[in-house]
Design a protein around this ligand. Sequence first.
Ligand code: PLP
Length: 415
Amino acid sequence: MSARAANALPGFDAESVRRDFPILDQQINGHPLVYLDNAATTQKPECVIEAISNYYRRDNANVHRGVHTLSDRATHAFEQARQAVADFLGSPRVEQVIWTSGTTAAINLVAHSWGRSTLRPGDRVLVSWLEHHSNIVPWQLVAAATGAEVIPIPVTDAGEIDLRSLADLLDGRVKMVAVNHVSNALGTVNPVLEIVSMAKAVGALVLVDGAQSVAHWPVDVPALGCDFFVMSGHKLFGPTGVGVLWGREALLEAMPPFMGGGEMIERVAFPTTTFNSLPFKFEAGTPNIAGAIGLAAAIDYLGTIDREAAMAHEAALLARTLELAAEVEGLRRVGTPAHAAGIFSFLLEGTHPSDVGMLLDQQGIAVRTGHHCAQPLMERLGIPGTVRASYSIYNTQEDVSRLFEGIHKAKRLFA
Ligand code: PLP
């Protein structure tokens, strides 16, 4: 157990966690920053910033194949980072961890490699109405190329996947079910275990988009039973431009390369080229070495956090938010899922989300407004967008109070 976890008091010292994130200690528009845009990207602790900076100061070199010391060091750190991700996700083998530039790239990799080589006319890919565009559009591109169909899984008015409708859709034509673990727009925690077992019953594969889950609780990916799991470093206190595809080994072995280039080959010749083994087969070109090292530092950092306590802390922030929201006349929470993770999406009667967002920014409060890259969901709910406050481990009850002071001010000015 880490020093901080061992020393954790009952409850959770968000103030102490907050001090690890230098960006949070600043004034925005004359007010102390309240950062509530964590679903878009999380802030970075000092140790992540240092790991990236130290890498560039001391170890920068290209990885693999180098004979010199710097290349050795960079390769070692890069592959250690892969091991850190494998351990973090509970992967049986490190070769199942493929570096990508993020969740979007990881889904595209699966769609274009597995999808193009497997899907046939009449096959179906199910995605829910809750999905981020990055778990819709890659499938549409591949469907257009293969003759397969992308079918949306209905969601209820509460913003939950309708499991009965999913059951009706599942038949032998379905080859892939691709769902998020947590909806970035509403915070819905999807019943992935149940979805996996339903999909498996008809022989379909399951891809879980974990972009929003991994920062909130420890995810044991093999225990989910899915075939692919994808995530982004920047939503997990790591840098932008790095992410991960985790896959079942047999599937990854069978899948053709997605991008060609250096590193992913065994031998290049005319007329045929042979490919490298896993994971390198899918890693053409110079990878984001500093990004991988930064992500490993973020994972190390999370190891110093009592994650059970952090979850309870985030749940308490959301619970207080819902209490305060109930007192604001004209405020409507969008999506009322029974199980939500750290996200509060809402509308304020008589106001436009972007006006509310701008007014909050004037008070130093950063939220996101709009469709949250989930236009089909917004269409399903009959709204153009929402105001979204999303919480992380460093947010405090004071942040929640500040948000509601801002909302009351917006109501006075606009509503
Ligand atoms: N999936 C979900 C659920 C997300 O929230 C996001 C980003 O907001 C993505 C996918 C895309 O992630 P990235 O832009 O890091 O590729």
